[in-house]
Design a protein. Structure first.
Length: 279
């Protein structure tokens, strides 16, 4: 179990595979977290003694949490340095499940792959489903399955990037595990963090899950084609988000109809031009 967020991790660690690649028996991406127990009960010569070590336990849990986050931050800095050296623009796509991350990603790649070199890392607890969808577009992709883990970490991304063999002057899309809580704590070394929310989720999501919106640079509001059928005030959603993070940039889109996608595409093209200018 992760000392930071309480999620579990498979004893063999996450699996990182390309579509069609078979999993090896042993994983080289293992990371485990130690556990301690709250207390001990001893019985000596008819006398029962209970020692409460809750204070020590809480201290150890806090220390484990600090170590996990600090280690992740060190590895994230390594990723960021690598991306900057290779002129790779990395986007960390985060959202709750069902917001339409993969649909936005699919449509973006299909429409822009002739203009921009893309690479993709897919994060899910199980299955190769999303990676297979991206592979069908002839985009280089690897799938990270976290098992019982609820977020990607910088070491997972590092190992996935090694498998992808990303070329210079390209855009890397990292689709994180669907979760608005834990991924906010884990820097992956990305250039920008993109939080995606759909019109079906409610306008108060940014103030219910402020950490994710605070740590993001871009907010994509998806499923605007459903606005006639859902009770949501998009301006109020934006106002809530701006209370948390006044610097958020918004895109209102429909991955289904394509409405609003052009503005998102133009932003990505601008980032690609910046990469080319640095070359």
């Amino acid at each position: 179990m992760c000392g930071t967020c309480g999620c579990g991790s498979e004893s063999k660690g996450p699996t990182i595979l390309k579509p069609g690649e078979k999993e090896h028996e042993h994983s080289h991406n293992e990371h485990t977290h130690e556990h301690s127990h709250d207390g001990h009960h001893h019985h000596h010569d008819g006398h029962s003694h209970t020692h409460d070590h809750s204070h020590d336990h809480n201290h150890k849990v806090l220390k484990i949490e600090q170590d996990i986050l600090q280690n992740n931050q060190v590895l994230a800095a390594r990723n960021r340095g690598y991306f900057e050296a290779k002129k790779i623009f990395a986007l960390n796509l985060v959202s709750s499940p069902g917001s339409g991350k993969t649909s936005i990603l699919e449509r973006t790649l299909a429409d822009l792959k002739a203009e921009i070199p893309f690479y993709v890392i897919e994060g899910d607890q199980q299955t190769m489903n999303d990676a297979n969808r991206i592979d069908a577009l002839n985009i280089p992709v690897v799938q990270i399955n976290t098992g019982k883990g609820c977020h990607l970490e910088s070491d997972m991304v590092y190992n996935a990037v090694k498998k992808l063999e990303i070329k210079d002057n390209s855009i890397l899309m990292i689709e994180n595990v669907g979760n608005l809580v834990c991924p906010s704590m884990f820097d992956l070394g990305e250039s920008k963090r993109v939080v995606i929310i759909s019109t079906t989720e409610g306008e108060d999501k940014p103030i219910k899950y402020p950490d994710m919106f605070y740590t993001s640079n871009i907010c994509i509001i998806n499923k605007i084609d459903l606005l006639p059928y859902v009770n949501i005030n998009v301006q109020k959603l934006k106002d809530y988000a701006l209370k948390v993070n006044p610097n958020l940039q918004f895109f209102e889109v429909s991955a289904t109809t394509g409405e609003g996608m052009e503005a998102w595409y133009n932003w990505l093209k601008d980032q690609s031009k910046i990469l080319e200018a640095k070359a």
